[in-house]
Ligand binder design. Structure first.
Ligand SMILES: Nc1ncnc2c1ncn2[C@@H]1O[C@H](COP(=O)(O)OP(=O)(O)O)[C@@H](O)[C@H]1O
Ligand SMILES: [Mg+2]
Length: 301
């Protein structure tokens, strides 16, 4: 196969591993920075030029689009799709996953368990919003946040109101969520590939921290997941239309709850925690599943 890895930085762990495993299996691999791509939008012969050359002959594109370049990155990916190149994750699915509210709505529609979540636009809805999610304690999240930044636990109604009003005063988009105390500061990252969970790890927050993010001092370890957790993770990835997904679950007293579905899950944490060759498995899966013009949506919304 001729593989394009759509990534802004060839030195990132995940990018390096995908390139390495592609080459190991005898493929041709090129890392492409989406911000250096220019495109002609035409129905007859869509093309991408890159450093003054046309990109040609690719069979597969592996998107590793960072949150800060979602808009342009997905446009470039869509152009690959219009050229018939097989995307490991489709542009439409990535766009869905990048919108936290849209994701939660899609998951809810499929009947998947998730923490009760509220969203509102105006500060005069604050008491109502809190009531909707069952009252304090609640978790308040900035929609744009990643790596645990902008995720706040408000233990009392007063604290919750202050934090919500402060965020709203800054015109930040937020959601308010039921706090799942029994998760004990831990979550489960299920790495989904196709219709299987190929690796799973438990992330435990540092002492006294309810956020399990590794960037916030959490630690990761290998975990055995239950059949219900496995099924939930697979259904969540499917609901989003993702072939590769990092599905984050909270273990609650009413079963697994989906917290997030990540369309560009990092490989470093999961490969280190599980000892599995996740990058190699992605390349293997792609060998078996890639076909030209196979995009379900062809970039259609
Ligand atoms: N509703 C919740 N109940 C309990 N813990 C939560 C809840 N929401 C988030 N957390 C904890 O906070 C962490 C960060 O939240 P998350 O929504 O994943 O934000 P980010 O996108 O910044 O990683 C999670 O990994 C989890 O450990
Ligand atoms: Mg997270």
């Amino acid at each position: 196969m001729k593989i394009a890895v759509l990534s802004r930085n060839r030195h990132l762990y995940s990018t390096r591993r995908l390139v390495e495993e592609g080459l190991n299996r005898g493929h041709e691999v090129q890392v492409i920075d989406c911000l250096h791509c220019s495109m002609n939008i035409t129905s007859a012969d869509p093309r991408i030029s890159y450093h003054e050359e046309y990109l040609e002959g690719f069979d597969v594109v592996v998107p590793r689009i960072g949150a800060s370049v979602t808009f342009y990155g997905t446009a470039v990916l869509r152009q690959f799709e219009m050229m018939g190149v097989f995307p490991v994750n489709e542009s439409v699915a990535i766009t869905r996953a990048r919108d936290k509210l849209r994701s939660l709505q899609l998951l809810a529609r499929k009947g998947l368990g998730m923490p009760v979540t509220g969203f509102a636009n105006k500060p005069d809805n604050v008491p109502e919003l809190l009531k909707m999610v069952g009252g304090a304690p609640v978790v308040i999240k900035l929609l744009q946040g990643t790596q645990g930044i902008g995720v706040v636990l408000a233990e009392t109604r007063k604290a919750a109101e202050s934090v919500i009003e402060a965020f709203m005063g800054l015109k930040a988009d937020i959601l308010v969520q039921e706090f799942i105390k029994e998760a004990g500061g831990a979550d489960i990252r299920c790495f989904v590939l196709g219709d299987k969970v190929i690796a799973a790890m438990k992330r435990q927050g540092a002492e006294g921290e309810f956020r399990s993010n590794l960037h916030r001092g959490g630690s990761a370890s290998l975990v055995r997941i239950t059949p219900e957790e496995r099924k939930t993770a697979i259904m969540a990835a499917k609901a989003m239309g993702l072939n590769v997904a990092g599905v984050d679950l909270l273990r609650s007293s009413r079963g697994p709850l989906v917290m997030e579905v990540n369309s560009s899950p990092g490989l470093e944490g999961i490969e280190n925690a599980t000892g599995k060759n996740v990058a190699g498995m992605i390349i293997n899966w792609t060998e078996k599943n890639h076909k030209p013009w196979k995009t379900r949506t062809r970039g259609r919304g």
